[in-house]
Design a protein around this ligand. Structure first.
Ligand SMILES: NC(=O)CC[C@H](N)C(=O)O
Length: 248
């Protein structure tokens, strides 16, 4: 059986989004014959897909181009029915609420019951890399190198009854302190970074959470496609895509 994982990006030749890198990473898995990768620019492309990857790039541009190419509503419908993985800008698009949006707000696709801060770790120059422990990956003893580029920060993981449970897949290690806090942060530094955070009820600080799964959707605030490590791509297919296909 061939499973189709799709890279969505805009219909514009300016190549918005890191779709080509996602395609390469996913295709490195193709040796097992389970994944065929196509790029999505139209509703017809989308209709052929069993799952979707929304790449990093610029969430406002991706949403705008999706609207201009008539993909916005089909994407929203797709997310209700099929597995989707959003990385960085894609993670913003999958969120229910965004803060720090561009003036005038920005359109989201929704699908995951989280609030996310756009550019929450600062600007391009404040990009950073952090070794992540991810127990769900193959060879979990090897840390996964998380590449954070103008990355968003999760502000709350909400659990309304109509959504499947949120599962935390990866957190920033305690000793990693990103270079910047957003200029509009109102909380003390230690709370923002989750250091000595003393959350009521002992809950975890969502700002340190960098990868979650909710039902068949996956969200990573970093860019697994910019490393040569395919383990997140393998995880998405194994945990989110294939089980759903087998049950339909
Ligand atoms: N690397 C990225 O995808 C950056 C995301 C970007 N900050 C946005 O708002 O969409």
């Amino acid at each position: 059986m061939v499973y189709t994982v799709v890279i969505v990006y805009d219909s514009h030749p300016a190549l918005q989004g890191a779709f080509a890198e996602h395609q390469k990473s996913q295709e490195r898995l193709e040796s097992n014959g389970e994944v065929k990768v196509v790029q999505v620019r139209t509703k017809e492309d989308l209709d052929k897909c069993d799952a979707l990857v929304i790449p990093g790039g610029e969430s406002t541009t991706i949403a705008l181009l999706a609207r201009l190419s008539g993909l916005l509503d089909p994407l929203k419908e797709f997310i209700k029915a099929k597995p989707v993985w959003g990385t960085c800008a894609g993670a913003i698009l999958l969120s229910k609420v965004v803060t720090g949006a561009k003036k005038g707000g920005q359109e989201l696709l929704g699908g995951m019951s989280v609030t996310i801060a756009r550019n929450g770790w600062g600007s391009q120059v404040e990009s950073f890399e952090a070794p992540l422990e991810v127990p769900g990956l193959k060879n979990p003893e090897d840390p996964f190198s998380g590449v954070f580029i103008r990355a968003p920060v999760l502000l709350s993981l909400d659990q309304p009854p109509e959504y499947p449970p949120i599962q935390v897949i990866a957190r920033l290690p305690e000793n990693v302190v990103p270079h910047a806090i957003p200029s509009d942060a109102t909380e003390p530094l230690e709370t923002w970074f989750g250091i000595n955070s003393n959350l009521e009820g002992g809950g975890e600080d969502p700002k340190r959470v960098v990868a979650i799964r909710q039902g068949r959707h996956l969200l990573t605030t970093f860019h697994p496609e910019l490393t040569r490590d395919n383990r997140f791509h393998e995880y998405f297919v194994r945990e989110c895509v294939i089980p759903g296909l087998l049950s339909t």
